[in-house]
Write a protein that binds this ligand. Structure first.
Ligand SMILES: [Zn+2]
Length: 245
């Protein structure tokens, strides 16, 4: 595979945040499968985990770059340069800016029920933030006690479990969230207990990570070049902690 690896980026610090995507580069299987080191993404991930630890220890402390709120807003009016993209669940207990102790302009957040990346609107939003805003890190953030995953687990056990729900919601659960549950079931974790649900929540995150790089040719190439780090993580709603999964 070494011969197929793209050359290392020279002078990464001086490189423009938005690099042109060579239109003729073949999307070979080697490129699709390869993940290059991304020091900028690693650094941002370490920073977010440190901020989460501070959130757990001290509560929310938004960082505003030493500026007053109003001057910080005024500075941001000319543009944004978020340090990370977060694909999180819409659950009201899972606010990325709060649990990562970040302020305005620091995180580019996409939230959907069940933190899924199955749809073009999510994938396109991630592409925009990485390609146009230069964010070197994408975090898919699942969480404990996810109602969307619980609905999929219930549906796996009883196909009629969503019968009383609005049709679009029921269809969404069946078409998008059921597959990770079935994947866990197929691995032999056939007892529906708290461990099974936790495995489904982790598999749902892994599925979204895979979706981002299988549905986006640009993201595959960016990851293969070390332009972006894509990581899956789990937020514990009781403890407040974020852990990579
Ligand atoms: Zn959720």
């Amino acid at each position: 595979m070494d011969a197929k690896e793209p050359p290392p980026r020279a002078a990464a610090d001086a490189a423009p945040a938005v690099a042109a995507d060579p239109p003729t580069e073949p999307d070979s299987p080697e490129v699709a499968a390869s993940v290059a080191d991304c020091p900028a993404g690693d650094a941002q991930w370490a920073s977010l985990l440190a901020s989460n630890a501070a959130f757990v220890a001290h509560g929310w402390r938004p960082t505003l770059a030493g500026s007053s709120v109003s001057s910080h807003r005024e500075a941001l009016a000319s543009g944004q340069s978020p340090s990370a993209v977060v694909v999180a669940c819409s659950d009201s207990r899972v606010s990325p800016e709060l649990l990562f102790a970040r302020g305005l302009g620091e995180l580019f957040v996409i939230r959907t029920a069940g933190n899924t990346a199955a749809y073009a609107s999510t994938v396109a939003s991630v592409e925009y933030a990485v390609h146009n805003l230069g964010a070197p890190l994408v975090v898919v953030l699942g969480h404990t006690g996810c109602g969307a995953v619980a609905a999929a687990v219930a549906t796996a056990a009883d196909a009629g479990a969503m019968a009383s729900q609005p049709s679009t919601l029921a269809t969404f659960v069946k078409s998008t969230l059921l597959a990770p549950v079935r994947a866990v079931w197929a691995r032999g974790q056939g007892v529906v207990d708290t461990d099974f649900v936790a495995a489904c929540e982790a598999e749902n995150v892994a599925t979204a990570v895979r979706s981002l790089v299988t549905k986006s040719t640009w993201m595959r190439k960016a990851r293969a070049r070390g332009k972006v780090k894509v990581v899956g993580a789990m937020y514990n709603v009781a403890a407040g902690t974020v852990k990579e999964v």
